[in-house]
Write a protein that binds this ligand. Sequence first.
Ligand code: ADP
Ligand code: MG
Length: 821
Amino acid sequence: MPGLTTNEATARLQRDGPNALPESGRKRRWAILFDVLREPMLLLLAAAAGIYMLLGDPQEASLLLASVGLVIGLTVYQEYKSERALQALRDLSSPRAHVLRDGVACVVPARELVVGDVILVAEGDRVPADARVLEGADLHVDESLLTGESVAVARPAGGDGLLHASTLVVRGRGSAEVVATGAQTAVGRIGTTLSTLQVERTPLQREMRRTVAVFALLSLATCVLMVVLYGLLRGDWLGAVLSGITLAMANIPEEFPVVLTVFLALGAWRMAKHNALVRRAPAIEALGAITVLCTDKTGTLTENRMAVAELDDTGTGQLIATAALACPPMSHDPVDRAVLDAAQRAGEAPEPAGWQRLREYPLSSRLPAYVQVWHRDNDRLVVAAKGAPETIAQLCGLDDAQLTDLHERMEAMTQRGLRVLATAVGELPGSATAELPEEPTGFRLQWRGLIAFADPLRDAVPEAVAEAQTAGVRVVMMTGDHAGTARAIAAQAGISHQADVVHGADVDGWDDSALAQHLGTTAVFARVRPEHKLRLVQALKQRGEVVAMTGDGVNDAPALMAAHVGIAMGGRGTDVAREAASIVLLDDNFVSVVRAIRLGRSIYDNIARAVRYILAVHVPITGLALLPLLAGSPPVLLPLHVVFLELIIDPACSIVLEREPPTNDLMRRAPRPPGQRLLDRITLLHALGRGVVMLATVVATYTIAVRAGAPHPQVSALAFTSLVVGNLGLILLHRSGGSLWRALRIPNAAFWIVVGATSTLLAAAILHPVVAGWFRFAPPGGDLLAVAVALPMMAVVAMDVLQQWTTRRKTTAMSVDAGAT
Ligand code: ADP
Ligand code: MG
């Protein structure tokens, strides 16, 4: 069964089309547009334009309608950008298939499969297309997706049952020939699919909904107040409604949800660029709160590129040859590859001529050994096994003295971080139709010796471990490997230098309180099975930890789901693990996990910055809308002004703050407490306080201008200038860096673009005769203009100085505390 050639496969792909179902999740461009058109902001703009028409001012009305186009364009662009980011993620997370092409096993995107392809499936895979089993060992599938019944169904070679696309291989392995793809498959005909990217509401989004509701109410109340006051005081009800609409446009809290959507979508896209594929948006936030990171060893901390390093033969000279007999056909497993390579170098044929595979007993977490029965030419059977030395010892029935000797031999190898496997062999009479035991424990085998594999630590792992630890994240290793190997690798990685390692078997013997006690101090767990991982995760959560957990196997799925952030391996992981996880690592690398934590923290910080900025900036806008009413003068803020402000505010928060690089202490501070709200009372008051200060400068400018006897169009221009300059100041204050001076030096091109564009537009609005006319401004005198610009700038500097002073006092107080204890 050589499979297809690449050329043939390409031709068939051309003819039959991709192995994929028509997409449903993709948001079409017109759908985005439709969503945008329903936005309250645009409806208000249209209403305002209508009122101008009623007032007999078609010029103002057409200006507003023109700005409608601008706002739509901007919103569509933003939505399109997030949608494109999400689409890129979907493409990355699309399923893959193992297939024979030109006689070689390789991995291709599942959508490139064609009828006639020979695919290889194994435990934990989703079947990529409908296929007929050619050859298999213990192959079982779960077809609940099709039948609703979640039982494992056997699919032997030559049976009449097909492997159906999207069903799950729960046991065994095999190869199969594709008979139908895409819409032609059974699932395709029913139309059920598994969505790859789940769009769930994140805790932040839920908090945001409450916030938005509160602010919507508040702004509605101020608008009504405004309209009523205006109408009663001046009797001009049309003008009153116009002012109300203006205020409403300024104050609809639409920026909050926009910020979240854009920041989370772009955040997921940024994480994907760093090899962490986010499947569930809540994971992005949760990453910033992680306190314990449970990692597996092989392939995550280490390279997973095994090489035979040492042999401890019992004297038969058959060690490697036996190990080679205990490898499944066409294996991708690094251990098997290393064994076969070594056998080839020793001149051994992996499959002796005339021998036939009779039966496989695949590796399982319960019995970590691979056993294979061969039918030899002379009507004898050969049983070859390789696996965890304890397990092989059990199959060989070693006595106590032999076991002690074994431990001593292993000690020396595992100390250096080598992974040690044992091999054994047995010969028995029998034919190709012999009855074989159900479990490998039914054989009595002879010990052949130990093979040690070198699997070096990945580059930069010690640095990443140290970074996590500095960030207050405890790293815990949970591995199926031997305690000695686990201890050595943990020491190399800097996870733990303690001698004590807890065994999975120990965990079985402990009740929850004993387990809780050990969890506080133990950093290395060896010979753990997936069910141990689940129990450990649950116990950690019980202790109030926020847990991230990596995994790759079928049975890791429950633990991955139980963890706050489940992280599956994209390379060596099974489809089941990937589906259970909220993040999939594209490079299987531990370093990427730590980088994802860093990004998660940074994204959360930027969302917090944007939200505080939005809060602060609305105070002076509302104030300026109400001020003339109280002062008895004509309104300053008109709908067009609000459009101008929104054109700064929207890109400001979504582009400038989204790109803001993290602060220096990002990975030096403790994880965010899980219950922490984005807007607790202190941050709320703080943000509003900043807004009040900015409002004060606007009021001051307004008053100074009125006192100086400037006519209303000039007063308006001056107050508006103050407002816009203050707005830019607020963006600057909410950037990272910890101080104004540092924020100015942190590169963020978007900020300078916003500053440049805003200043130009502002200059045009107050100085250019035509544009000033649109805004109902008149060019003010130079000295008053200087005041309007300088006042908010001074306020920003003053707030920064105050902030520096309070943080310094806080840190001094803290170090005094630390010194006292
Ligand atoms: P880890 O948690 O380090 O990924 P695994 O669960 O992959 O560990 O493996 C657990 C044990 O199973 C190994 O220590 C080894 O003894 C055994 N094992 C792993 N791969 C093979 C293999 N290809 N053949 C035989 N035994 C294996
Ligand atoms: Mg493993």
